[in-house]
Design a protein around this ligand. Structure first.
Ligand SMILES: *Cc1c(COP(=O)(O)O)cnc(C)c1O
Length: 384
C-alpha cells in the first residue's frame, strides 16, 4: 500500500507535471514575475469558471479577507459577526482592522455558522457577517442574505475551503460558493482544493465599484501611477503561482469529484456505527445524485461519540494514518480573541465539537486500499 498522507501534493503533481512545468517555465523565460500575463489569464479563467464578474488575485487568503473588509470601508468599532469554529485568520483580520469581532456558535450537523445565533448577535453596530464555508460546503447563504438585507449588512464569504462547491437555493437554483455575498475571499494555500505551490489568494465580487476600489487597495492604494488615494497594501499573486493555478484550474472539478468519491466510500464504511457521525451535506443530495457538488470535502470530518478522540488520533498515527483536529480550541477561548462579553452557554456546540471532531486523510489521490485500511482501523478502535 502507498504511504497514506493527509494531503498528497506529490502524487497530484506527478499526474499534471506535463501541464504545470511548461506553464512555470514560460514565466521564467519571459521574466514577467509580477503582474505578468499568467496572472491575468488565470484571473479571467477563474472569473469564467465561477461565473463572477471580478476576481482580484492577491498574496494569500488572509490578505484576501482583510482587503475585502478594507474595500467595504468598514470603520473601527463596527461589529462583524463570524463563526466561533473556524481557522483563526477569519477573526484575526477583523481584529487587525480594529473592527469588533462578534463570534457566534455553529451548527452541530454541518459545522457552519448558526442562523439563530447570528440573529441574537445583531446590534445597531453590526455592519457585516462573515460566513465561513467550512470544510467544503456553504453556510446557509439564503438565510444569511435575508438577514443582511433586513439589517443592511455586508456579507463577506470566506470561501477558502469551498472553491468549486455549489450552493443550492430552496427553489433548486444553484450558485457557486463565493459568488453570493457582496464579496468573497479564497486561499490558494497548497493544501486547499485549488492550491498553488506557495501562497496565493483572491477576492471575488460582482460589484464593479467595489472591484475597482479593491484593485487599488491591493496595489498601495494606487489608482493612477504614484497617486495614492487611499491607504492600501502590497498583496499580489506572483506569476509563477498564477501559472500553477492556471494549469490546475481545468482539473478542479475532477479533483473535487475525487474528494467526493472518497467521502462517499468513507460514509459507506461508517454508516452502520452509531458512535461515528459522518459529515452531513446540508444543501445537497450526496446519497442520490452522482454529480452532487454541494460539498467539495476540503476536510472529511467525523464526530466520534463516547470515544476518547485524542486516543483515537494517537492510535491512527501509530498505525501510519495521519489525521487532524480542525479545530481543537474555539476562537472565543483563544487568548487573542477572548472577550468578557462572551458567555460559555452561547457556545455549546463549538465547545462540544472541539472535543469530538477528527478529520481523516482527504485528497485527490486516495485509493480503495488506503480507504479500506483507514476505515477498518477507525472501526476496530471505536467498535472493536
Ligand atoms: C486557509 C484559510 C484561510 C487563510 O488562507 P491563507 O492563504 O493561509 O492566508 C482563511 N480562512 C479559512 C477558513 C481558511 O481555511
Amino acid at each position: 500500500m502507498k504511504k497514506i498522507q493527509m494531503v498528497d501534493l506529490k502524487g497530484q503533481y506527478e499526474a499534471i507535471k506535463h501541464d504545470v512545468n511548461p506553464s512555470i517555465q514560460e514565466v521564467i523565460e519571459n521574466t514577467t514575475f509580477i503582474n505578468g500575463p499568467k496572472v491575468h489569464e488565470f484571473q479571467h479563467n477563474l472569473e469564467r469558471y465561477l461565473g463572477v464578474k471580478h476576481v482580484i488575485p492577491c498574496a494569500n487568503g488572509t490578505d484576501a479577507l482583510q482587503i475585502a473588509m478594507m474595500g467595504l470601508g468598514l470603520k473601527p468599532g463596527d461589529e462583524v459577526i463570524t463563526a466561533d469554529f473556524t481557522f483563526a485568520a477569519t477573526v484575526e483580520v477583523i481584529a487587525l482592522l480594529n473592527l469588533a469581532p462578534v463570534l457566534v456558535d455553529v451548527n452541530e450537523d454541518d459545522f457552519n455558522i448558526n442562523i439563530e445565533a447570528i440573529k441574537r448577535a445583531i446590534t445597531p453596530k453590526t455592519k457585516a457577517i462573515v460566513p465561513v464555508h467550512l470544510f467544503g460546503q456553504c453556510a446557509n447563504m439564503e438565510a444569511i442574505m435575508e438577514l443582511a438585507n433586513e439589517h443592511n449588512l455586508y456579507v463577506i464569504e470566506d470561501n477558502a475551503q469551498a472553491i468549486g462547491a455549489h450552493y443550492t437555493y430552496k427553489d433548486g437554483t444553484k450558485a457557486k460558493a463565493g459568488t453570493i455575498g457582496h464579496v468573497a475571499s479564497t486561499s490558494f494555500f497548497p493544501s486547499k482544493n485549488l492550491g498553488c505551490y506557495g501562497d496565493g489568494g483572491a477576492i471575488f465580487t460582482n460589484d464593479d465599484a467595489l472591484a475597482h476600489t479593491i484593485r487599488g487597495i491591493v496595489n498601495h492604494g494606487m489608482y493612477e501611477r504614484y497617486h495614492h488615494d487611499v491607504v492600501g497594501v502590497n498583496s499580489r499573486l506572483d506569476s509563477i503561482q498564477a501559472a500553477v493555478l492556471d494549469a490546475k484550474l481545468p482539473h478542479l472539478d475532477n479533483y473535487n469529484r475525487a474528494r467526493q468519491e472518497a467521502a462517499r466510500k468513507y460514509n459507506k464504511a461508517f454508516e452502520a456505527y452509531e458512535n461515528i457521525i459522518t459529515p452531513k451535506v446540508s444543501n445537497g443530495c450526496m446519497e442520490i445524485c452522482d454529480t452532487c457538488d454541494c460539498h467539495v470535502f476540503h476536510q472529511y470530518t467525523l464526530r466520534v461519540i463516547g470515544i476518547d478522540r485524542d486516543a483515537l488520533a494517537k492510535h491512527l498515527n501509530e498505525q501510519g494514518i495521519p489525521c487532524g483536529v480542525y479545530y481543537p480550541i474555539p476562537l472565543h477561548r483563544q487568548k487573542a480573541y477572548a472577550d468578557v462579553r462572551y458567555n460559555e452557554n452561547d457556545f455549546k456546540v463549538t465547545n462540544q465539537l472541539v472535543q469530538d471532531v477528527i478529520s481523516l486523510p482527504m485528497h485527490t489521490e486516495l485509493d480503495d486500499e488506503q480507504i479500506e485500511y483507514i476505515t477498518e482501523t477507525v472501526i476496530k478502535f471505536t467498535n472493536g
